[in-house]
Design a protein around this ligand. Structure first.
Ligand code: PRP
Ligand code: URA
Length: 209
């Protein structure tokens, strides 16, 4: 079974409460998502391997450590995942970014793929799939399946809010993928929206409703 890391740091909880507020406009919503993503990146990258290097400080030579091993790839699920990229890139600017375009059919709630472009060396990278909302889990699970079909096997999923149903679905379909999340909410409503959630993340991010 994959690990579920709930990142309920006070700063993350505070900013997420502001995002949930329906009076929060697109500009502030975007800024908050970027800030929370940056805070989450700190924890998600905790297990990156390091190696020893020698550095000449103004005082003396010193043995210190830098990140080594696999390089990172960020895979936002369009559209709302885009809002998480810049915050993480601020901390890991060398990461490459691939995009997966999926939308959820409003009737069936099944994910429909319309775009996929991954870094050429994706299978050599540690990939972090990004989507603020994990509702039924259909989109995240499908995105991870597409990536695995391309030969990638080192994958993490980072979301903002998850419903228990979505978390269970990803853990069942992809037991090898660890999930990092800021909050686990109560349930899904009849339209597949997370309760209490924050509404439609893509629309609030891009002001399309
Ligand atoms: C939202 C969200 C996830 C998906 C979650 O995207 O950003 O990708 O729904 O739902 P699921 O877990 O039930 O699959 P949406 O399909 O609304 O597309 P958009 O980001 O383009 O608005
Ligand atoms: N997609 C969203 O943007 N919000 C939800 O609550 C569920 C799916």
């Amino acid at each position: 079974m994959s690990n579920l890391y709930v990142m309920d740091h006070p700063l993350i909880q505070h900013k997420l409460s502001l995002m949930r507020d329906k009076e929060t406009g697109s500009k502030e919503f975007r800024e908050l998502l970027e800030e929370i993503s940056m805070l989450m990146a700190y924890e998600v990258t905790r297990t990156l391997p390091t190696k020893e290097v020698e550095v000449e400080t103004p005082i003396c030579r010193a043995k210190t450590r830098v990140i080594s091993g696999r390089k990172l790839g960020l895979i936002p699920i369009l559209r709302a995942g885009l809002g998480m990229v810049d915050g993480i890139m601020t901390l890991v600017p060398a990461a490459k970014v691939g995009h997966i375009g999926l939308y959820r059919d409003p009737q069936t709630l099944e994910p429909v793929e319309y775009y996929c472009k991954l870094p050429v060396d994706a299978e050599e990278r540690e990939l972090i799939v990004l989507d603020p909302m994990l509702a039924t889990g259909g989109s995240a699970s499908a995105a991870i399946s597409f990536i695995k079909k391309r030969g990638c096997n080192n994958i993490k999923l980072v979301c903002l809010i998850g419903a228990p149903e979505g978390i269970k679905r990803v853990q069942k379909d992809h037991p090898d993928v660890d999930i990092y999340i800021a909050a686990v909410d109560e349930k899904l409503n009849d339209h597949g929206y997370i309760v209490p959630g924050l509404g439609d993340a893509g629309d609030r991010l891009f002001g399309t409703k």
